[in-house]
Design a protein around this ligand. Structure first.
Ligand code: 3HC
Length: 333
């Protein structure tokens, strides 16, 4: 079961102001946040702000790394050399995103080893979406279109996150995610416009399976989101879970029409009054089951990460031994 080693409880929320200096620092921090300033790693920040960022950024980093697994599964089976090269590059990009994000989180004083230990022992979360299986080649296209599409929707506002090292990392991540989304859409368009009936059916089946889990990526409804209010006040999150989900649904409807696929929601319809689409109820029981460790692939995903870490021990040891040798050589010179 997942627990929250890095979570922050209500007792920490009511940050204890212990000295005049701290009270002044807090005031100055609040004023900077209100003015829309960015906070840098060495600036004073409340402990709860720091822990919230470590929680969110490390979970985000874990999502990128675990997110390599479902698609990596298809690298050897990509239908053409072109698709294989694109998929390889994309999966490699996700590894790079994980590394920028671990580095951003490290600036807050938590080591990469601590973050990885939290992942490997099931104490840290990663995105629910990566606990679903990739059953056909169309899943790879749908992950690009919907999963990377949802990620961009969520992550573009993070380029304006009040914590500058995270905001800076997100700029490059978003550029690359945008390429990922387009390659997925283009791959699906090729199948629906130039493919066989069987390929079109394969695309529809993948859309049917990934649509609802993609909507869950934005997190619980605002009324059930314990972190949103404070994170918005601090400028960590700029847009709420429900607002982002709505923007995503509205963006996907015309794209689905272009692809010629049906989104699997009988309640999905345009609401002229709201100027937005109404959509059906998300299965929140499924969402909580998955994020609490009981999704279709949770155990498999975690086991794969732990195995990779254990099997990579010799690489880490060799790199450390080499660095030590170099340092000794430099000292002797
Ligand atoms: N999967 C797993 N856990 C989720 C989740 C999801 N889809 N949505 C919410 N949660 C968790 C939260 O982490 C929180 O748990 P915690 O308090 O124990 O940490 C709990 O559910 C309640 O949710 P909140 O809405 O209160 O939490 P947040 O304010 O942190 O909002 C979030 C959740 C919108 C996911 C936010 O953390 C966020 O924007 N994170 C950065 C982006 C990110 O992590 N994206 C991962 C997507 S995949 C990806 O980027 C890879 C790419 O290659 C596709």
């Amino acid at each position: 079961m997942y627990t929250q080693a890095m979570s922050v409880g209500p007792q920490e929320t009511a940050a204890k102001v212990q000295s005049v200096e701290e009270a002044q620092a807090q005031q100055a921090f609040d004023a900077r946040i209100d003015a829309g300033d960015f906070i840098e790693a060495k600036d004073w920040m409340p402990e709860h702000y720091r822990k919230t960022l470590v929680r969110q950024i490390s979970q985000h980093a874990h999502s990128e790394i675990v997110g390599m697994l479902p698609e990596g599964n298809w690298i050897t089976r990509a239908p053409t050399l072109k698709r294989k090269a694109i998929l390889l590059a994309k999966v490699q990009d996700e590894a790079g995103h994980g590394l920028y994000l671990y580095s951003a989180a490290e600036t807050l004083g938590t080591s990469r080893d601590q973050m990885l230990d939290a992942l490997h022992t099931g104490k840290a979360k990663y995105s629910s979406i990566f606990n679903y299986p990739t059953l056909s080649w169309a899943d790879v296209g749908v992950i690009g279109w919907l999963v990377d599409g949802a990620a961009i929707m969520n992550q573009v506002p993070l380029c304006r996150c009040s914590y500058a090292p995270y905001a800076r990392a997100m700029i490059r991540v978003c550029r690359e995610e945008s390429f990922h989304q387009r390659q997925g859409f283009e791959s699906l368009l090729t199948m629906t416009q130039h493919g066989t009936d069987a390929q079109r059916a394969m695309v529809q089946d993948a859309v049917d399976r990934w649509w609802w889990p993609s909507l869950m990526m934005f997190g619980p409804e605002d009324k059930d989101s314990p972190n949103s209010e404070q994170s918005i006040r601090w400028g960590i999150k700029r847009i709420t879970n429900d607002q982002l989900r709505q923007k995503f649904v509205d963006a996907c409807v015309p794209q689905a029409a272009l692809l010629g696929v049906t989104l699997p929601d009988p309640d999905l319809k345009w609401n002229a009054e709201r100027e937005a689409h109404d959509f059906g109820r998300i299965d929140w029981d499924e969402f909580w089951r998955v994020i609490n460790g009981d999704g279709p692939c949770n155990r498999e995903r975690l086991a794969a990460r732990v195995k990779a870490w254990d099997e990579g021990a010799w690489v880490r040891e060799a790199a450390l031994a080499y660095a030590k040798k170099q340092a000794m050589k430099e000292q002797a010179a």
